[in-house]
Design a protein around this ligand. Structure first.
Ligand SMILES: C[S@@+](CC[C@H](N)C(=O)[O-])C[C@H]1O[C@@H](n2cnc3c(N)ncnc32)[C@H](O)[C@@H]1O
Length: 334
């Protein structure tokens, strides 16, 4: 418990959430203007644009049940305007649970000085943001990390969206003296976009490099057969940690797809559930307001479905960092 309250991220949560809110809402506003401009001025275009929005929001509302078509500009935008802060917390709590279970000396994050993560289905780069927060905690505790590398695997639209948000976030963090550890953490992370084949071939096996594999909220019944070979390929590289998460109702799918990590030398981590208060907390006010504005755009409003309007403005439409009910399955190599 004492160790929890010492986490730099948790103590700075309010400030970090303010920066994240500014970042996501600035990005969202710009992207919205671009997408509306691209869709054209003619009155009939308003119907087509509203249809695209309706489709994306409908797909996201059913995210827990069916895999949306993620390589889509509107969907990537709305994913950022709702799920990204929640998913950063999912990833952060997963990392924290792993660290607490290991109990390294001085509460260190890793046992060597170099970290290499392969993040599969990195979408809005939630794992990258969360790693930056965990590294900021580590730097603040006095841990020394030589380098952090993340290979991100996903489609173009989702990665590109995450990259724009990350760059904007970095620029705002740089201007805030109190966020020094986060600025240093972001500077220490080198990230690349890659395919699973290239990554598995290029995995670094250096003695002092600790390797993690993460597959956060990637598993759907629709893509089980597609992703299974990638999970097997990563298991063959013997990562030190493997992180899997999903909506709680997909627990069975995750257990199925994570099977290569069942049994020795891997043991499941049990402590994530005990840290639900950790990480980022609070409402992203500007992002919430932007969602309301989108629902009230004069041209589009008459063509938006009731589901869309409700999702953007309804009773539960506040954008916060609280993940929806989440299943964590994390394996630690013994
Ligand atoms: C719900 S999002 C989660 C994104 C991110 N991990 C997070 O936690 O915010 C699922 C992501 O998995 C990606 N995905 C699904 N099937 C995939 C596949 N076969 N290969 C790579 N990425 C995939 C999707 O494109 C999408 O970005």
């Amino acid at each position: 418990m004492v160790q929890h309250s010492l986490n730099w991220t948790h103590r700075m949560s309010r400030r970090i959430v303010t920066v994240l809110d500014r970042t996501i809402s600035d990005f969202g506003r710009q992207r919205l203007a671009e997408l509306i401009r691209e869709s054209g001025d003619a009155p009939q275009r308003a119907v087509a644009t509203a249809d695209r929005i309706n489709d994306s929001l409908n797909a996201l509302a059913n995210l827990a049940y069916r895999m949306p078509r993620y390589n889509d500009d509107w969907l990537a935008l709305f994913y950022a305007l709702w799920y990204q802060p929640k998913q950063i917390n999912v990833a952060y709590r997963a990392i924290h649970g792993m660290r607490a279970s290991r109990g390294l000396q001085a509460g260190n994050l890793i046992s060597g000085q170099r970290l290499h993560i392969v993040d599969f289905g990195s979408g809005s780069l939630a794992m990258l943001f969360a790693t930056a927060l965990a590294v900021a905690d580590a730097l603040h505790r006095g841990e020394h990390l030589d380098s952090v590398r993340i290979d991100c695997i996903d489609n173009e639209e989702m990665i590109w969206t995450g990259a724009l948000i990350l760059e904007h976030f970095r620029q705002i963090v740089e201007q805030q003296d109190e966020l020094g550890p986060l600025r240093d953490a972001l500077e220490s992370i080198h990230w690349e976009v890659n395919g699973i084949e290239q990554v598995t071939q290029a995995v670094q096996f250096e003695e002092d490099t600790e390797r993690w594999f993460s597959a956060l909220h990637v598993v759907y019944s629709d893509n089980m057969t597609e992703i299974a070979p990638a999970i097997h390929a990563m298991r063959a590289t013997d990562p030190f940690v493997a992180f899997f998460t999903s909506f709680a109702l997909k627990e069975n799918l995750v257990r199925q797809v994570a099977r290569p990590f069942e049994g020795a030398p891997y043991l499941p981590v049990e402590r994530v559930q005990h840290a639900p208060h950790l990480g980022l907390t609070g409402v992203l006010t500007n992002t919430t307001n932007l969602r309301r504005e989108i629902a009230n755009l004069e041209r589009l409003r008459p063509h938006l479905s009731e589901t869309s309007v409700n999702f953007l403005t309804g009773r539960r439409s506040n954008v916060d960092c609280e993940p929806q009910s989440t299943f964590y399955r994390i394996y630690l190599r013994q």
